[in-house]
Design a protein around this ligand. Structure first.
Ligand SMILES: Cc1cc2nc3c(=O)[nH]c(=O)nc-3n(C[C@H](O)[C@H](O)[C@H](O)COP(=O)(O)OP(=O)(O)OC[C@H]3O[C@@H](n4cnc5c(N)ncnc54)[C@H](O)[C@@H]3O)c2cc1C
Ligand code: FES
Length: 319
């Protein structure tokens, strides 16, 4: 993608059209539409967001379509968000910092022109060098006037994009950044906040927690972090410096190494939430991010088991 070559999704969002979407990378199918008239280029024809049935019925993905001339489209738009969305924009970013957080997660600090405008919990698209397509990564910091974008990125075994980012992105390297995107961002409110992070879901949950604790108000954050083994506990250092008077941290290890000490919860992170909270689940606003099985387990817990109103749940799936 080059600057000025908008996808249909980005052009719509930039124009303030409430086009439905989740992942922006062809994985979820939320941005489906029908092309009634006109011509579009398809960026990734095998994108898993479309089923064979969708393809037979002429459906397309707005995040994988680039209009070649005026088009007539059919799409069911979403009700507009209460808060005006921040229009995404593509920009050339430079790597200005990188450090290891766990054996398979690094923090990447990028510098881009202009202000870093996003809401805590949102994500941006990065274009890994030499790899087809974009990858979604959530910001771990707060919006700022200096143009700093911080991401926590997990190296996925066999994953083309994350492997390329780990192999090539050293300080001084440049890459295309496009954002912000995402609905799972921090909302204003009075209720205390629950953040549930699985693995690299740590990034957006850190941003949400930082956002809450930067407010003048009194709401507290209950932060639940799910990791696999003791070797990953270094991730907890990312929470250092957050106001301990308004933050409680709970950690679960899903596969602790029996040869190393661990007195905390053994199992999945969602199992800890209800027993650890001082009040009933519907007294909180819930934010969660991580691998799809974790997000589904938290959804099941909150929506089905405890009937927490949907308006109190905020998440983007890492499809
Ligand atoms: C909203 C959201 C936020 C996320 N935030 C984070 C985060 O903060 N930290 C983190 O580590 N991970 C995050 N992820 C996951 C991340 O985007 C990648 O899926 C992950 O790094 C694996 O990418 P990969 O290239 O290594 O693996 P691969 O298996 O090679 O790629 C998987 C991803 O790339 C897309 N893709 C694959 N091939 C193509 C192609 N030819 N053209 C276009 N797209 C293609 C797929 O849709 C899929 O999203 C997030 C995902 C989403 C949807
Ligand atoms: S937003 Fe286009 S497939 Fe997910």
């Amino acid at each position: 993608m080059a600057e000025g070559e908008d996808t249909l999704l980005r052009a719509a969002l930039r124009a303030g059209v409430p086009w439905p979407y989740e992942c922006s990378v062809g994985g979820c199918g939320a941005c489906r539409y029908e092309l009634v008239e006109g011509e579009v280029a398809t960026l990734w024809s095998e994108a898993p967001g479309l089923s064979e049935r969708d393809r037979r019925r002429g459906k397309r993905l707005a995040c994988q379509s680039r209009p070649l001339r005026d088009c007539h489209l059919r799409v069911r738009l979403e009700p507009p968000d209460e808060e005006a969305p921040i229009p995404p924009r593509p920009m050339q970013a430079t790597v200005v910092g990188r450090r290891s957080i766990t054996p398979d997660m690094d923090a990447l600090v990028l510098q881009a022109p202009g202000q870093a405008l996003f809401r805590p919990g949102q994500y941006a698209l990065l274009y890994p060098p030499g790899v087809a397509g974009a990858r979604a990564y959530s910001m771990a910091n707060l919006p700022n006037a200096e143009g700093r974008w911080v991401f926590i990125i997990r190296r996925v075994p066999g994953g083309a994009g994350s492997q390329a980012l780990f192999a090539t992105l050293q300080p001084g390297a440049t890459l295309l950044l496009d954002g912000p995107y995402g609905h799972g961002h921090l909302r204003p409110g009075e209720r205390d906040v629950v953040c549930v992070a699985g693995g690299s879901g740590l990034g957006p949950m850190l941003s949400v927690a930082r956002g809450v604790l930067a407010e003048a108000g009194t709401r507290r954050v209950h932060f639940f972090l799910g990791l696999r083994q003791q070797a990953e506990l270094g991730a907890l250092r990312e929470l250092d410096g957050l106001d301990p008077a308004r933050l409680q941290v709970h950690t679960a290890l899903s596969a602790p190494d029996p040869g190393q000490p661990w007195a905390g919860h053994c199992g999945f992170v969602h199992e800890m939430i209800e027993p650890a909270l001082p009040g009933p689940l519907d007294q909180y606003d819930h934010y969660f991010a991580g691998p799809p099985p974790m997000v589904e387990a938290v959804q099941q817990l909150l929506m089905v088991q405890y009937r927490v109103p949907f308006g109190q749940l905020h998440f983007d799936r890492f499809v």
